[in-house]
Design a protein around this ligand. Structure first.
Ligand code: SF4
Length: 341
């Protein structure tokens, strides 16, 4: 697929006092994209659209260039000590995406130009924990790879972490636009993961993202560039024929990765889950979705802030985990499964 190009761009005036802000302004001017001003990236007004749905769709192709003022990083991630904030929002239309609820009424895509401040904060966290390793996740609130061809912020973050002793970077993507990252000086400190799924899930629930084959081609390139490679299988979803669907996924992964050095390959396994607020939003935004959000078929798991999640019942979750682990053992015997959740 073609790399993402926004239809409309907003700038915070202050963003123009940073080199990346200026560079992006020039770039979008030359591309002939409409540019508007916004006083704050947290409060963008006037995104066009007659209905809420139309405004939502337009917001997903609107880019907002701003200055990140909250420099405290979120630290509640299972796979990393901190989330490094390079961008917020995504142009994809995955029906199950948790950003639908976490970003609420602000689904537009925000990128931050004060990278030096963000990296200085990351360095502080690294120093506090040294000589322990500090891991940063760059894809908690966006699919950063899919946006990065415009900003190269991720590339700079890869090189920043590559130059540290105790920092590590990780992110996950459904996009194929990795070419500019291949020559980044990562020094083996970045863990590059691709999100993959059964053919059924990709076809029905992941519009607006790269195809499976394109993701795999990108994965080959990334492995060739010496990055540590991983796959996040998420959300693992019990559709009709899921056993066969996921079998084919791993079979196809093995086929397409033939000849690639997989000695440090990892898998992360995440079963499908949803919250009640997410269900409401999904039904509004993707009213024809086939996604099964029937609470009565699930187990309720208490969550933080009183918002519990609906996950598969124990028996079904166990079956999912055992099946995925058996496929991985068969096709990738030396890979490490980091977790099932
Ligand atoms: S690609 Fe990732 S971040 Fe983007 S919509 Fe899909 S699940 Fe959400």
């Amino acid at each position: 697929m073609k790399p993402f190009v926004p239809k409309l761009v907003y700038f915070e005036p202050e963003a123009l006092s940073y080199p990346l802000g200026k560079e992006l302004y020039e770039k979008f001017m030359q591309m002939g994209i409409e540019i508007r001003e916004t006083t704050s990236h947290n409060q963008v007004r006037g995104i066009p659209g007659e209905t809420e749905l139309a405004r939502y769709r337009n917001a997903k192709s609107t880019l907002v260039v701003g200055v990140r003022r909250t420099l405290k990083f979120d630290s509640s991630k299972p796979s990393a000590e901190y989330a490094i904030p390079l961008a917020t929002g995504c142009m994809g239309h995955c029906h199950y995406c948790y950003l639908q609820t976490t970003l609420g009424s602000k689904p537009y895509i925000r990128v931050y130009v004060n990278l030096d401040d963000i990296f200085a904060q990351a360095q502080t966290y690294i120093d506090e924990r040294a000589p322990e390793i500090t891991r940063f996740e760059a894809a908690c609130t966006s699919d950063i790879v899919g946006i990065d061809h415009l900003t190269h912020s991720l590339k700079k973050a890869i090189e920043f972490i590559g130059a540290t002793d105790y920092g590590r970077l990780r992110f996950v993507t459904k996009y194929e636009h990795v070419d500019h990252l291949l020559d980044a000086k990562h020094n083996g400190k970045t863990h590059f993961r691709f999100s993959v799924n059964s053919r059924y899930v990709i076809r029905h629930f992941e519009p607006g993202t790269s195809s499976f084959d394109a993701r795999l081609q990108a994965a080959r390139k990334v492995a060739g560039a010496g990055y540590k490679l991983g796959f996040v299988v998420a959300p693992i979803y019990r559709h009709d024929g899921w056993e066969q669907g996921y079998f084919e996924l791993f079979q196809e992964l093995a086929r397409q990765l033939e000849g690639v050095d997989l000695s440090s390959l990892t898998f992360e396994l995440i079963q499908h889950r949803f919250t009640k607020p997410a269900k409401r939003v999904i039904e509004q935004r993707y009213p024809k979705t086939k996604l099964d959000l029937d609470e009565s078929k699930r187990k309720y798991k208490w969550g933080r802030y009183g918002i519990g999640k609906y996950v598969y019942r124990d028996e079904e979750a166990r079956e999912l985990e055992e099946t995925m682990r058996s496929y991985i053992a068969r096709f990738f015997p030396s890979a490490q499964v980091q977790y099932f959740t």
